[in-house]
Each structure stands twice: as C-alpha cells, then as structure tokens.
Design a protein around this ligand. Structure first.
Ligand code: HXC
Length: 517
C-alpha cells in the first residue's frame, strides 16, 4: 500500500515549518552579524549528508503565557548525530532564532537524549551554546531541565570527550554546562559567558565593570582560564573542534587516533642542540622544542593565553598522539604558580582519561614566590600537579632540559612521581635549589671571610654547579634514566612511546582519589 498524498504532504509541510526555525528574517539578522544559524553550524560541523536529526517534531508543553498558541519549531534546539572525518559524533545546536534558544523542558530533553546517545554509542559530543538561558515561561521546569543536562555532563565526563562552543549568550547558571565539559571554544565577537552580568555586579557590590572585562572570550581565555580556544568566527570554531577531535579517541575505551608507521626512523634533530642558551639565566621558548619534537611541527596549543608560564597541547611523535606539558622559560622564568598548576593538572587528567601519553619538558626554577601565591593556596594548587601526575597511568616521558629544582621538579613528573622514562640533557640541573642559592647557603662562612666575597661567591657557585647540579649525579641515582644530546631527543622519545604502547598499570580499587581542589 502506497502512502497517501495527504499523509506525505502533511509530513513535508511539518518538516518545512520545523526546518525554517525562527524564519528567514531571524536568519538574515544573524548573517548580517557574521553568524551562522543553528542548522548552518551543524552543516558545517558534519560531513555533507551525514547529519541524522532527532526530535525535529518535538514540541514544548507549556500552557502558560499564551505559549500553547505559539509555535516553537524544534523547541529551539537542533540535535542529532553525524560524521566528522569518518567518525560518528553527537551534537546539539541551540537556535537563538527560536525564543532566543531558551531552554525549556523539551529543549532540555533533546539535549539529554543527545548526551545519553553519545555515552551509549561511545562517541564525542559537541554543543553549540547560544541561548537566553532558562525559558522564563516554563519556570522551574527549565531549572530542572538544566539540572538534567548538568547531571549528564558529569556522567559523561571521562567516558566520551565533550566540547562546548560558545557562540552567543551563555549566562547565569547555564554557563555551568560548558564548564563541566572538557574543552570550551568561544567566538571572539557575539559571545558572552558570565554568572552575574555588569549590572547585577554594580547593584550588589557597587563595582563598575564591562562585559568585555568579565564575559568576553578574551577575558576568559587570558584571565579566568574558563575557556581553551578563541575562535574568530563560527566557521573557525568548527575548524578548531575538528582539529581537537583529530587528536582524541571517541571514548575512554579506545586509543587516540595514532598514525603509527611500521618503520620507526631514528633521525637526529640538530636544531635541538641550539635551543638552550649558554647563559643559564637566558630564556628560550619551549614551543620551539615542542615544534621540533612534534611530527610536521604540528602542535595544537590549548589555553595559549592563560598561565603562559606553562605550555600544554596536543601533537604526535612518531605518529603517536601525545599531550605536551612544558615549562615556558620566557614567562615568569617558567616557575609554577597557581594558574599554571591548575592548567597543567587538568590537562594531565584529561590525557590520562583518554589514554593519551604525556611528554613533559622541564625547565623549572621552582614555585613562584609571593605573598599572594601563598595566601591563595599555592600549596593546594601545586599539589594538584603532584596528584594528577602520580595518579596518571598512561605512558609518561619526562625530558629535563635545564633547571629541575625542588618541589617543582617533582611536580613536573619526576622518576619518583611515576615517570616511565626520564631523559636529561647535558644542561640539566637537578637539584634542591639553584646553584646560587645552594652555594650561598653551603659556603656562607667561606664567602663572608674571603678577601673578595663577590669573586669567592662566583667561584663557589661555579664549583657547586659543576659538582652537584649536573645530570650525572641524578643519573647516577637513576633519577634520570639516560643523559643524551638534545638532538637525540625525538628518536629517544619516539622509541620510548612505541615501547610503552601496551603499558598496563593497576592501582588499588577505589571510588576515586581525593584531589586537592
Ligand atoms: C524566554 C527569551 C529568553 C528567555 C530571550 N528570549 N531570552 N524567551 N526565555 N530566557 C526571547 C526574547 O523574548 C525574544 O523573543 C528573543 O528571545 C530574542 O531576544 P532579544 O532580547 O530580542 O535578543 P537580544 O537583544 O540579542 O538579547 C539577548 C539576551 C536577552 C541578552 C540573551 O534576550 C536577555 O537578556 N534574555 C534574558 C536572559 C535571562 O535573564 N535569562 C534567564 C536567566 S536565568 P521575540 O519573540 O521578541 O523574538 C537562567 C537560570 C539558569 O538562565 C539556571 C541554570 C542553573
């Protein structure tokens, strides 16, 4: 029996209404601002023809405020699955053109279905956030809806990667859903994220501020550290999501997308020999090291503008996906402070959850001294790095390039903190503290009594450096497994990674550890 024309026409009519969303006028308004509509974002995200929508005919149930007479196509959110580079991905896209993308019960149910599907299928989720927040007409039902989304964000955490794209307003409690996901990409223009806006802040505390200062992509990328990437446009945000996905497994039971070649070519990189300056106080850019180590110099830096004294990001070495963590000597001399510790610890935990080996590059003079740092809890925050590294069971390779002093040396994944391989360069100084401080303490009396204390101090510092702060002392104690020429580092790391691909490490069963938060 063929389907009747009437039924076929009804379906097409309903489809057309739902697909039109907020209508052409709203779409034109968005385009005029250089923005895409909810559906255009999904079209750009997924390979052509692969998007399968769920809930096109979904309808809100509100009877209040005349909402029963109002048509709300798709209930303001488009959800479904599609393919990115041949891999399935789930996504939702809030439609600001339909009641401001506000979240009501059915809107929430659709997002929740997407998240539930993602966890069942073991696939990543990408969410486009562009919403006026809780749908006012639906009252507490909207709040419950947010609760259900948050609950699922937490259930999915550590099971499938979750990426949030902030491409419009994301205000109040609603900002906590993205905050519960793994990565946030935010468009530079047209997007805001905040708990209390400037007006609320002014009326409650009297402080005068602007949205630019508290809720812009720039502020979140550089000051609050809430976001991981700034995008110049919707299209750029999607390109960043694609690039991020290219380094991630679909779920925690899979390996990341390694591109391992059968032959492992052992090639020296002479440029690495030139990186560390002769003057031990002169800085060098750790990104140069990372780019020389990474295949095709391909490095996706994460949180580039936040806590710049530490650099984190993804690349491949010998085809194996790795997470890089490196002190950045050009900023605050590469010391670890509160923000750097938070940034690195969270990244290490992300890598661990998704089976991504970690390569740690060390040039750290210590934790940043300062009253603010102590009062704001550098002990608690620094401890996160110790906790994150010690609890990570993925392959961990540490390269000590230069300074590795005191507690910060341990916090950068030393042998004793569980590194599987520790490689030191001849310039490595593994010590309780810097040569100057140590020599001045050890030889205080000699220096004081010398005819020329300054010259004596210099002489003793040099002596200390030669005798104690060499990599051979640490290597003698097996705290470094080898001392190599910098040029040999890429091959050494690549071989170690290859040898550790089937690493298994079991720990005593527990609900979870109690990381200092
Ligand atoms: C219902 C909403 C809405 C909302 C916007 N709209 N937000 N409808 N509930 N929360 C509707 C508007 O009525 C309008 O409908 C359309 O969406 C577009 O909104 P405009 O105001 O015209 O757009 P714009 O000028 O760009 O301003 C965007 C905005 C503003 C800054 C987001 O709309 C706004 O301030 N909205 C309210 C934000 C808010 O207070 N939300 C509740 C927060 S409480 P028409 O029909 O005219 O097109 C919350 C708690 C969450 O979210 C807690 C979770 C734990």
């Amino acid at each position: 029996m063929a389907i009747s024309k009437k039924l076929a026409d009804e379906l097409e009519q309903r489809r057309a209404i739902a697909l039109a969303g907020g209508g052409q006028k709203k779409a034109d308004e968005r385009h005029a601002k250089g923005r895409l509509t909810a559906r255009e974002r999904l079209d750009a995200l997924f390979s052509k023809g692969t998007f399968q929508e769920f809930g096109l005919h979904a309808k809100h149930r509100t009877r209040h405020f005349g909402m029963d007479k109002k048509d709300i196509p798709t209930d303001g959110v488009v959800v479904g699955t599609g393919f990115v580079d041949g891999r399935p991905v789930a996504a939702f896209s809030q439609d600001f053109g339909v009641v401001g993308g506000s979240l009501g019960e059915i809107h929430s149910k659709k997002i929740c279905h997407t998240l539930d599907h993602a966890v069942k299928a073991g696939i990543p989720v990408i969410g486009f956030n562009d919403s006026g927040g809780a749908r006012i007409q639906e009252g507490v039902g909207s709040l419950a809806g947010y609760g259900q989304v948050f609950y699922r964000n937490v259930q999915l955490s550590g099971v499938v990667p979750q990426i949030s794209i902030i491409a419009g307003p994301c205000a109040g409690g609603a900002a906590y859903s993205p905050a519960l996901t793994d990565f946030i990409i935010m468009t530079r223009e047209n997007a805001q994220m905040f708990i209390c806006g400037p007006e609320v802040i002014r009326s409650v505390t009297g402080e005068v501020t602007t949205m630019d200062e508290i809720g812009s992509a720039k502020a979140h990328a550089s000051i609050s550290g809430n976001i991981h990437f700034i995008a110049e446009s919707d299209e750029h945000a999607i390109a960043l999501a694609h690039r991020l996905l290219s380094f991630l497994p679909s779920n925690n039971m899979q390996d990341p997308p390694h591109k391992v070649e059968p032959d492992l070519s052992v090639v020296d990189i002479p440029a690495l020999d030139e990186i560390v300056p002769e003057d031990p106080k002169a800085p060098f850019d750790v990104r140069e090291v990372i780019k020389l180590l990474a295949d095709d110099a391909d490095f996706l830096e994460v949180q580039e503008l936040f806590a710049q004294n530490i650099v984190i990001g993804f690349g491949r070495i010998g085809g194996i996906v790795v997470g890089f963590v490196g002190n950045q000597p050009t900023v605050k001399a590469g010391t670890l402070d509160i923000d750097a510790s938070d940034k690195a610890a969270r990244f290490v935990r992300f890598c661990n959850v998704y089976n991504i080996p970690i390569v740690t590059l060390v040039d750290v003079p210590g934790f940043l001294p300062g009253v603010k740092q102590e009062q704001q809890g550098i002990i608690r925050h620094g401890a996160k790095m110790l906790f994150a590294y010690a609890s990570a069971t993925v392959p961990k390779i540490t390269v000590i390039m230069r300074k590795a002093y005191g507690g910060a040396y341990l916090a950068m994944c030393s042998e004793d903190m569980g590194a599987d391989r520790v490689i030191a360069w001849p310039t490595a100084e593994i010590a309780v503290m810097g040569a100057e401080g140590a020599a001045n303490i050890l030889y205080r009396k000699e220096i004081k009594e010398a005819e020329d204390p300054v010259a004596k101090s210099k002489e003793l510092i040099a002596e200390y450096r030669e005798e104690f702060a060499t990599p051979y002392l640490a290597a003698g104690e097996l705290m470094a497994h080898d001392v190599i020429q910098p040029r040999e580092t890429r091959s050494a790391v690549a071989l170690s990674l290859r040898g550790l691909m089937s690493k298994r490490e079991t720990r005593p069963p527990k609900k979870h550890g109690n990381i200092p938060l």
